[in-house]
Design a protein around this ligand. Structure first.
Ligand SMILES: Cc1cc2nc3c(=O)[nH]c(=O)nc-3n(C[C@H](O)[C@H](O)[C@H](O)COP(=O)(O)O)c2cc1C
Length: 376
């Protein structure tokens, strides 16, 4: 297959290697998938206003993120079930992140446990928390603390599971159901099938060997049967439980962002879960200005970033860093750790070129004046 020069190239490679039901799990959005399209379209609302005759012979892509310096302005977003894309998918992604010097965020729904990942991957590890029920959340938080994680990311945009019709149609779920359609799909993708068989069927590792409710919990997690009663009081209790950095992911409303900070969160991640939850939730790029105006704090952001220029626009408009979801999963599904690293390299290269041609020598020097809102 042709060499991949951009994220779309890796998307094509991932589509070729994965069975349709697995690719659809990776790719799909909620309902009519308008949110997916809107997340991409949002970037076209801004053009660049390049400055000329600036010395851009060297460019600096590093940022300060929550008081720490890192060499690139992005992070690996938390994604569940990474081992359906590549054996030991979480470890592969975390190693690619470590090589690039960026944080990796382990999902509650990961296939590597909190402890296993800390042991095998190293680097800067963050833990993403889904609250399936309060007692379980408390156990996970304590395990993350004991295993050395120092940043906790609470995801708050999954009160119930988004209606992902691709998954409903294909029957994708845990435990896997072996319908004739699934077996046929697997047979037509032998490279994937062989690697899955060699790596073993993915488990929700954070719950393996927990207790008798294990399978039920795993199913609840995959179906995103969350504790829908989790509210501001619960956030306050979580704040008291977790002594280190706490971020809240899934915010799009400026007042919610403010409320998180008022309760002691260290930051928020503007996100609509990559269009997988509430189809017509506004795109985080469209919320960025209002959130910044309200809070005076630079938020993290994700959903729809596929080009280095997208990252540059968000940083110019006041984001503190960008979480990458599907792009890294395309790389992972195409070629494991090497594929994820290649996608990170593509982002690095595209950001570097964008800065040079924009007449800005450093990510830290980007300002809203580097972009202009397209009228209408
Ligand atoms: C396959 C897949 C699984 C995901 N699983 C999780 C998860 O377990 N926890 C979470 O907070 N977000 C999860 N997300 C959302 C991502 O963290 C992120 O918000 C989203 O992918 C960003 O959009 P993008 O894919 O367009 O980059 C998942 C996204 C995908 C595509």
């Amino acid at each position: 297959m042709a060499q991949a020069f951009n994220v779309e190239g890796f998307r094509q490679k991932a589509r070729a290697r994965l069975p349709k039901m697995v690719f659809d799990y990776l790719e799909g959005g909620a309902d009519d998938e308008r949110g997916l399209a809107r997340n991409r379209a949002a970037f076209a609302h801004w053009t660049f206003q390049p400055r000329r005759l600036v010395n851009v012979a060297t460019r600096d892509l590093s940022i300060d993120l929550l008081g720490r310096s890192q060499s690139l302005p992005f992070l690996v977003a938390p994604t569940g079930l990474n081992s359906v894309f590549w054996p030991k998918g979480d470890v592969a992604l975390a190693r690619a992140a470590r090589r690039a010097g960026i944080p990796f965020i382990l999902s509650t729904a990961a296939n590597a446990s909190i402890e296993e990942l800390a042991d095998q991957a190293g680097g800067e590890l963050w833990f993403q928390l889904y609250v399936v029920h309060p007692g379980l959340a408390e156990q996970l938080v304590k395990r993350a603390l004991a295993a050395g994680y120092r940043t906790l990311v609470l995801t708050c945009d999954v009160a119930v599971n988004g209606k992902r019709e691709r998954d409903l149609r294909s029957g994708f779920g845990v435990p896997f159901k072996y319908s004739p359609k699934v077996v046929w799909d697997a047979l037509r993708h032998p490279r994937w099938t062989m690697s899955l068989l060699s790596g073993g069927l993915p488990q929700m590792a954070n719950f393996a060997n927990q207790d008798a409710d294990n399978i039920e919990l795993q199913a609840a997690l995959l179906a995103r049967k969350m504790d829908a009663s989790f509210d501001w009081d619960a956030l306050q209790r979580l704040r008291e439980l977790w002594p280190h950095r706490l971020l809240v992911k899934g915010i799009v409303h400026p007042l919610d962002a403010q409320h998180c900070l008022d309760l002691g969160a260290d930051g928020v991640v503007l996100s609509n879960h990559g269009g997988r939850q509430l189809d017509d939730a506004c795109s985080p790029m469209m919320a960025l200005g209002a959130v910044q105006a309200q809070t005076r704090v630079r938020p993290l952001i994700d959903s729809g970033f596929r080009r280095g220029s997208d990252v540059v626009k968000a940083m110019a408009l006041g984001a503190s860093g960008v979480l990458l979801g599907r792009p890294l999963l395309y790389g992972l599904a195409a070629a494991g750790e090497e594929g994820a690293s290649a996608v990170l390299d593509i982002f690095r290269d595209e950001i570097d070129r964008t800065l040079a041609n924009l007449g800005c020598a450093s990510i830290r020097e980007l300002t809203p004046e580097h972009v202009a809102r397209v009228p209408g």
